[in-house]
Design a protein around this ligand. Structure first.
Ligand SMILES: [Fe+2]
Length: 256
């Protein structure tokens, strides 16, 4: 039996466009064969190490997002990154308490958010996924020793689109540097830091899913984020209030 061939026109279109621009890039760079072979070997190590998502999310994803969303109304997306996992716990009542260990370190954070539509309507019942690093700069389900889904959760906005979350202030972290991604970072002379950020994913019917991050004014890595994920519209102030820190940001979703 012969295999049915289903052509995906988008694949062809994307490859042909890539090849066209690649030619200009190669004319400019004039790689010799040794450099090409070094690249092939590095890409092979990248694949074998499982770091392809890490590398692409840190060095390519920002350009994908900028190309599609720059200048559009609504909150700007930022990187999904490699650390999102499905299946986080559902948090049922406000304030939403993000799960943490009994001895979780780090400053307490109270975060106030709101979801609305570009047409001005508040978006009640918007599903919000929240994930962040811990005070060691690590993510649960990946490199942290914390239980799975520590500092991760999802919840729904109230009738006004509002939500209040109690979590921990995230800290800047370095992307992993022990593998081929680190080889690249060192060869380029970059540092490996990302400024502190909270990851959020907001979903509401009739609207484009917004995958974004919240950053804090004054973070020393904002200008040189290794993954270039910072957008000025995603910056907020972190303020000391009594024994904890507070921050807020409103999220505006584009209609489909
Ligand atoms: Fe992150």
């Amino acid at each position: 039996m012969s295999e049915t061939i289903v052509q995906n026109k988008r694949v062809l279109e994307a490859y042909e466009s890539f090849a066209k621009h690649l030619k200009n890039f190669l004319d400019e760079q004039q790689f010799n064969h040794e450099e090409y072979t070094n690249f092939v070997n590095w890409a092979d190590r990248l694949g074998k190490s499982g770091e392809i998502p890490l590398f692409l999310d840190d060095f390519i994803e920002t350009y994908v997002l900028e190309a599609k969303y720059k200048g559009l109304p609504g909150t700007e997306p930022s990187l999904l990154g490699p650390y999102f996992v499905e299946g986080s716990p559902l948090l049922e009542k406000q304030p939403f308490i993000i799960p943490e260990r009994p001895d979780e370190a780090g400053d307490k954070l109270v975060f106030y958010g709101n979801a609305s539509s570009v047409n001005g309507q508040p978006l009640a019942n918007t599903k919000v996924e929240w994930w962040q690093d811990d005070s060691d700069g690590l993510y649960s389900n990946f490199d942290s020793k914390a239980p799975d889904f520590n500092l991760r959760g999802h919840f729904y906005t109230d009738e006004n689109g509002d939500f209040e979350v109690h979590a921990r202030v995230p800290i800047p972290y370095q992307i992993p540097t022990s593998g081929p991604t680190g080889e690249f970072v060192r060869a380029a002379g970059y540092h490996a830091y990302r400024p502190a950020h909270i990851h959020m994913k907001l979903e509401h019917e009739g609207h484009e899913t917004l995958i974004t991050q919240v950053f804090f004014e004054g973070d020393e890595w904002l200008e040189t984020d290794v993954a270039k994920g910072v957008r000025t519209s995603l910056l907020t102030k972190l303020e000391q209030v009594g024994d904890h820190k507070e921050a807020s940001l409103n999220f505006v979703l584009r209609t489909l």
